[in-house]
Write a protein of this length. Structure first.
Length: 648
């Protein structure tokens, strides 16, 4: 019977034993070596990073260095009894806990019970692997011990997902992040290990192993073990993946379909096919973007006569693979989904292909549209025509509509306003004045917003001087001034004597004036003045009311004394807002509470201020006739009409 020898995996046989043997993590090993040499070792370390990058191996090297009897410059000797016991896993100074299988609070309590025990060596090191797998209760139970451990006790926590570790633990630890290894480092590692293990392989085997390792030293050595057992790089369908990627980029649909079927029949899992396609695309992307080197995809594209591979085609290929990945997880038939998705990626992607022609076509169309818009702008700017104001509220151009065309219609809500309408609107200042006066600003097309003719007081003896106008007869003076409606233009007659045109807006503005009184302050206090102060001031003064205005003194009443005292903090800010709103030189605000008001003060709030006119006076002279009174009312309230009542 043949004698068998137990085989130890390469990643276990060639695990690094000193800080200097850890590859690709110089930023971690240098800090730990100096900490050991200078005696500045922390009580808690957190090692995080992808799998197979040396987290647990570095933790064991740290444990050996702390207890080594012949440490040199922070490096363990690996020959003393302590180093050998750590290497063989029988040291009482090092305890390891796999948090993935011991995630409960009971396991943590057992570990905490051994912390206070005296160690044989100088230091006791606890290595907790996959610490993010601990339950919240277990991590909380361990927190106090991690914060204040006994002397000569060091905790090393290793994890592949540091975000799942409690932030209270991360804040107490020195955090070292391990990085993925470069392919060149992995290739050198595979060569050195194969030389030490007596494995004879071809040069291309080390490159294949390094690419399959994907930045992990442990995965690289595992693939090296597989290649050594096989005697070379696996053949068969191994080279079909780069050919499949090249056929997809080259839009060779039939070849891509045949290669996909072949990979599936050879036992390739759909997820593995996708992963290898992504790996091939990643290498091609780096080569094409940097312009240096070569990749399997580029070599296959050259063999197939596809010519140079463009960066845009590689990017589209990577984006297409990224869209396929989520669909395979929950698919009923992942193989079918992968085959159909890969065939869908077979689109023209080479430089100068259909995509470039589509871009050129779109650019041409865009230039054509820009030219048409420019011509339209020139036509609208050079167009001259006379304007007229019809009876409806929209302004149109008399010569803008050709003969035989449809009549002009009012614009819809979603259409932009006509430039002629905008040009005919009153200035913004006049509109604001009309709004503040409490009435709608007249527009060019509104009916009876021009001057209103108020008939004068007629004298029966003066019939020759003033003859009444017949129905349908137009005002000749208005026609002489160019008003087709027969009404005089108030802008051309600054001051009209009695019996001629009178502008009701001017009359209202004279009545309103710019006086500072209680009514105007109350009307604008909440909606205009308080909007200009801070949020706190507005929140406190919004419950107030204006009691009176006498000169430059304003009395504001608040609900109670407490509210009044709180508003006093922002009194200066409100005074400044009132002063700015009414363009006053000085304003003095007095605050009072409701319970402080006397009977005379309560009566003041119901009466207008002394020596001041009411806000709006629409009174009409007594000598005005009934027709004149109706005209004034209709001008102030457009759209009203007189209804005759019988029996009155």
């Amino acid at each position: 019977m043949a004698t068998t020898v137990d085989h130890v995996s390469l990643y276990r046989r060639f695990r690094p034993q000193r800080f200097g043997e850890v590859i690709g993590q110089d930023h971690v090993t240098a800090a730990l070596r100096n900490a050991v040499a200078l005696g500045r070792v922390s009580h808690l370390y957190l090692f995080s990073g992808p799998r197979g990058t040396g987290k647990t191996s570095t933790a064991r090297i740290l444990a050996k260095a702390l207890n080594c009897s012949s440490v040199v410059d922070g490096e363990p000797c690996c020959e003393c009894a302590s180093c050998i016991s750590v290497l063989e896993g029988r040291s009482f100074d090092v305890e390891e806990l796999d948090a993935a299988s011991n995630s409960g609070v009971d396991s943590v309590r057992s570990l905490i019970a051994t912390v206070a025990n005296a160690s044989i060596g100088e230091w006791k090191v606890y290595i907790i692997d996959e610490v993010h797998m601990l339950s919240n209760a277990a991590a909380s139970a361990l927190l106090k011990t991690l914060e204040e451990p006994p002397a000569r006790v060091v905790f090393v926590l290793a994890t592949t997902d540091p975000q799942k570790v409690l932030s209270t633990i991360r804040s107490r630890a020195q955090h070292f992040e391990f990085k993925l290894l470069q392919p060149k480092l992995l290739e050198d590692l595979a060569k050195s290990v194969s030389l030490a293990a007596g494995i004879d392989l071809e040069e291309d085997a080390f490159e294949w192993v390094a690419k399959r390792g994907s930045g992990s030293a442990r995965d690289t050595l595992s693939f090296l073990d597989q290649v050594a057992a096989l005697g070379g790089v696996p053949g068969g369908s191994a080279g079909s993946v780069p050919r499949l990627a090249a056929s997809i980029i080259g839009s060779q649909t039939e070849l891509a379909f045949d290669l996909t079927i072949k990979l599936t029949e050879d036992g390739y899992d759909p997820q593995r096919i996708l992963e290898e396609l992504i790996s091939v695309a990643r290498d091609a992307f780096v080569v094409v973007a940097s312009g240096d080197g070569t990749s399997e995809l580029i070599l296959e594209a050259t063999k197939s006569g596809l010519g140079p591979v463009s960066l845009a085609s590689v990017v589209r290929f990577v984006q297409g693979l990224a869209r396929i990945a989520p669909t395979l997880k929950d698919a009923i038939d992942p193989t079918l989904i992968l085959q159909a998705s890969l065939l869908a990626l077979c689109a023209p992607a080479r430089s100068g292909g259909a995509d470039d022609s589509r871009v050129a076509s779109l650019e041409a169309r865009l230039l054509k549209l820009e030219g048409e818009l420019a011509d339209m702008g020139k036509g609208s700017s050079t167009k001259t025509s006379t304007e007229k104001i019809p009876e409806h509220p929209h302004v149109v151009l008399a010569d803008s509509t050709p003969s035989g065309a449809k009549e002009s219609r009012p614009p819809r809500i979603d259409e932009p306003p006509d430039s002629s309408v905008i040009a005919m609107r009153p200035p913004i200042g006049d509109q604001l004045a009309g709004i503040r006066a409490g009435m709608r600003t007249p527009r060019p097309g509104d009916r009876r917003t021009d001057a209103v003719t108020v008939p004068p007081k007629t004298d029966p003896e003066d019939k020759e001087t003033l003859a009444p106008m017949k129905p349908g007869q137009q005002n000749q003076g208005a026609l002489a001034q160019g008003d087709p409606s027969g009404r005089a233009n108030p802008e051309r007659v600054p001051e009209a004597p009695q019996g001629t045109a009178v502008d009701p807006l001017s009359k209202l503005e004279e009545k309103i004036g710019s006086t500072f009184n209680r009514d105007r302050l109350a009307a604008s206090f909440n909606d205009e003045i308080l909007t200009t102060v801070s949020h706190k001031a507005r929140a406190r003064f919004v419950a107030g009311r204006c009691l009176s205005v006498v000169g430059d003194q304003v009395v504001i009443v608040l609900p109670n004394r407490v509210h009044r005292d709180r508003c006093a903090e922002y009194l200066t800010e409100v005074e400044a807002a009132i002063k700015a709103h009414f363009s006053l030189s000085t304003v003095r605000v007095v605050l009072k509470a409701e319970e402080e008001l006397t009977g005379s003060e309560l009566a003041v709030s119901d009466q207008p201020d002394e020596d001041q006119e009411s806000f709006i006076d629409l009174s009409v002279p007594a000598e005005s006739t009934a027709d004149g009174l109706g005209a004034v009312i209709e001008s102030v309230f457009p759209g009203t009409r007189e209804i005759a009542q019988k029996g009155i």
